[in-house]
Design a protein around this ligand. Structure first.
Ligand code: SF4
Length: 484
């Protein structure tokens, strides 16, 4: 184990106000040997979790293609399989551990198969050690801070026939100019920052992704311009907490400013995620309300509707402040859709505290929501909290909450019936190949029939039916054009 570098919990906790983010430009410079290391070999990258992980997955694919590896759709045909993991909840981890068990059979069939694990699970000290010790099938492990080291780590495995285990726990740098293979040709994620300093008591992200650090505005704008020049129709600015963008740079710019400057570039659709209610400013609301190409959709995690629970979660806002923010958003941004995240069964959550969450849901009647049972994450304060709520009780609360959330999302979608919405066409519907699908400006999924629509088009769809999680409709673009 001695030559392996595993994550360190103490290191991962370090935060300092004097910390200055190092910007590393073009960190992936391949040697002649690394450029051909993947020739004739296939790769398969499986990404779990959030948009930041999807973006990292695109970079990993970019590096592998520069090394000569070729992508395959079927994992069974791969010579290199990388699991790009998520550690936000236990079930995400169980999926990966299950996958590693399953991959043993592949390894028996192809002993030269390389199996790698990266992402947030690799950054968790206990989990990383468990994987290395209990899953000898894993040849490669790296983290969220050293993706650029992939060529050297693979070289060590292929040339020296050794395991490469290198996960760094650090505050983190910003890497500019990383190779990338985008997973879509018409919509793209653009990282504006990484890491988080909020330390919500249940969350593992500050330990797995490091100190909150923003990219320079010029680098973000340059990437957005390149995407627009390449014909992209939609850009989503991503970060663990985009509202705090620029604070760490102390260069006098903030997220509202960035939103306006990216909107000025002329992208058809601009989105952003994830927001923290604590940092949501009026300037941001004004930008969203006043710019036609900033989409009227906001993901506003609530987590709990009870002040005592919010305090123990370390969320830094009260129920009243959250509702006041919600009111300001819906009163100023026309046709806005709001979604949220909610945790039920936080340690010692009482029935009354849960009902406080239900009453916020009744007030906001969210268009969409993600709801979860509290999942204790090792090294987080909440994992050490006393908890007298049974799993059965938590499951019943989740079912009750989901019932309520489903009613409201269906009600909101029913209100769309008969209206015409702009839809960015994503492709063939996942549920019916004779139908196409895409999203409205409000990030509502629409399945619709169309003769002419192509991927990447923005078309007019009249909604014929609103369901709990999606809409059905018909393409009326031509009729619309005739009438105009
Ligand atoms: S804001 Fe809280 S929940 Fe969100 S990533 Fe940061 S610590 Fe986690």
């Amino acid at each position: 184990m001695s030559e392996f570098r595993l994550p360190d919990e103490k290191q991962a906790r370090i935060r300092s106000s004097s910390f200055r983010t190092e910007i590393v430009r073009d960190p992936v410079v391949l040697s002649e040997e690394q450029k051909i290391l993947g020739n004739g070999l296939n790769y398969f990258v499986s990404t779990y979790g959030c948009q930041a992980n999807v973006r990292d997955g695109e970079v990993i694919c970019g590096i592998l293609e520069q090394m000569g590896f070729k992508a395959v759709e079927d994992m069974a045909l791969a010579d290199l399989i990388i699991l790009n993991t998520c550690a936000i909840r236990e079930n995400a981890e169980n999926k990966v551990v299950g996958e590693l068990g399953f991959l043993q059979a592949y390894k028996r069939r192809n002993p030269r198969l390389i199996i790698g694990v990266c992402g947030c699970m690799a950054q968790e000290p206990q989990m990383a050690r468990r994987i290395v010790e209990k899953h000898p099938v894993v040849d490669l492990m790296f983290g969220t801070h050293n993706i650029h080291r992939l060529p050297a780590l693979l070289q060590n495995i292929i040339v020296n026939d050794q395991r490469s285990i290198e996960v760094l726990s650090q505050q983190g740098s910003i890497f500019e100019g990383m190779p990338t293979i985008r997973s879509s040709r018409h919509k793209a994620f653009v990282n504006i920052m990484d890491g988080c300093d909020k330390f919500c008591t249940y969350c593992i992200v500050p330990y797995t992704r490091g100190q909150q650090r923003s990219r320079l505005k010029e680098d973000v704008l340059k990437e957005c311009r390149q995407l627009i020049d390449a014909g992209y129709k939609e850009i989503t600015l991503i970060g663990q907490n985009v509202n705090a963008y620029g604070k760490d740079l102390k260069m006098g710019y903030d997220f509202a400013g960035l939103l306006n400057e990216v909107a000025d570039l002329g992208i058809a659709r601009l989105r952003f995620t994830t927001s923290h209610p604590w940092d949501f400013t009026d300037e941001m609301i004004n930008a969203i309300a006043s710019r036609e190409n900033i989409m009227p959709f906001i993901h506003l995690p609530l987590q709990s509707g009870n002040d005592e629970i919010l305090k123990r979660m370390g969320r830094r806002y009260t129920r009243e402040q959250y509702l006041d923010l919600y009111d300001r958003i819906v009163s100023r941004v026309s046709d806005v859709a709001v979604s949220t995240d909610i945790i039920v069964g936080f340690p010692n959550e009482t029935r009354q505290q849960f009902e406080d969450t239900l009453s916020v849901v009744d007030y906001c009647k969210y268009d969409n929501a993600y709801s979860f049972i509290f999942s204790p994450r090792e090294s987080t304060p909440a994992a050490r909290m006393e908890d007298n709520v049974s799993l059965q009780e938590k499951k019943e609360r989740l079912a009750e909450l989901n019932g309520r959330l489903g009613e409201y999302s269906k009600m909101r979608n029913k209100q769309c019936e008969g209206k015409v919405y702009d839809v960015l066409v994503d492709g063939v519907s996942k549920t019916d190949s004779s139908v196409m699908s895409g999203y409205t400006r409000q990030q509502k999924l629409v399945n619709f029939r169309s003769e002419k629509a192509r991927v990447g088009d923005i078309i007019n769809v009249r909604i014929t039916e609103g369901m709990k999680n999606s809409l059905n409709g018909i393409d009326v673009s031509e009729k619309r054009a005739e009438n105009e």
